[in-house]
Design a protein. Structure first.
Length: 270
């Protein structure tokens, strides 16, 4: 019997992609969502593109083995390193990827200076250079790599002294260059948005692409996947981690906002 719902696979280098999963849940309330945190290999930001590509292929294969009909790369760094290869390999599969929100930030800035907080891997990628080429126009874009920031979110430390020290250190050069709009160019950073807001003040706009990615996913699911009977039943969420499952259960329950049980990603895919 045909299932009444959709199965969507979502992955990130770790827990950050949960910030995107929240938007996906809102956009597709009856879809079954499978999320993989590759926390056994986090951070991706300082790894080679080839390493990230290999991890992205393994995680996609796992999600397909679990029945995923569409994939969301809920990671800017993995998008830069692996989206092209994934799309070549799985050319019939809807794959939604994500990039720093340069276009909306360029539209939002009032003084023509936009700051980008992202991983070094994202900022050094050809894909990011192409994004600036396409959308920056006359706006000045200043960038800041943020080593260590992903790790504080992985530990669930969203407000502690280490998180604050790093947020102050990484936003200061951007504010000094007059950025009035900051792009949160890594899916871990929206979890730090309240702290970033405290540090940079109310006048600086913060933008990310989680909601846009969820909208794009919905559009592609609606247009590219065969129609299904929807029975109005809420979709499920299933969580896996390549890191320590017990720690992942604790951290991801906190970030997701309700108790979840995180399963160990099978060894073949870890
Ligand atoms: N969430 C990933 C991103 O959006 C973090 C990458 C990392 O693990 O360094 O870029």
């Amino acid at each position: 019997m045909a299932s009444s719902t959709r199965t969507i696979g979502v992955f990130d280098s770790g827990v950050g992609g949960l910030s995107v999963l929240q938007h996906i849940r809102a956009a597709l309330p009856d879809a079954d969502l499978i999320y993989v945190a590759d926390s056994g290999h986090v951070p991706y930001g300082d790894k080679s593109p080839l390493y990230i590509e290999a991890r992205s292929l393994a995680l996609t294969r796992f999600l397909l083995s679990q029945g995923a009909e569409a994939i969301v790369i809920a990671c800017n760094t993995a998008t830069a390193a692996a989206a092209h290869a994934l799309r070549l390999k799985f050319h019939k599969l809807p794959i939604v990827a994500m990039e720093p929100a340069v276009k909306p930030a360029v539209a939002a800035t009032r003084n023509g200076v936009v700051g980008v907080l992202a991983t070094v891997g994202t900022l050094e990628s050809a894909r990011f250079a192409a994004l600036l080429e396409k959308y920056a126009g006359n706006v000045k874009i200043v960038t800041q790599g943020c080593p260590g920031l992903v790790e504080v979110v992985e530990r669930g430390d969203l407000h502690g002294p280490e998180a604050r020290r790093l947020v102050e250190r990484y936003t200061e050069p951007l504010l000094k260059q007059d950025a009035d709009t900051l792009i949160l160019g890594c899916t871990h950073y929206p979890f730090l948005a309240p702290l970033i807001r405290e540090v940079v003040g109310a006048d600086v706009a913060l933008v990310d692409t989680g909601a846009a990615v969820a909208r794009e996913l919905k559009r592609r699911v609606d247009t590219e996947l065969p129609p299904r009977v929807v029975v109005g039943v809420a979709g499920t969420e299933t969580f896996y981690s390549s890191g320590d499952a017990e720690q992942a259960t604790r951290i991801m329950s906190g970030l997701w906002g309700k108790e979840v049980v995180v399963q160990q990603l099978p060894r073949d895919f870890s």
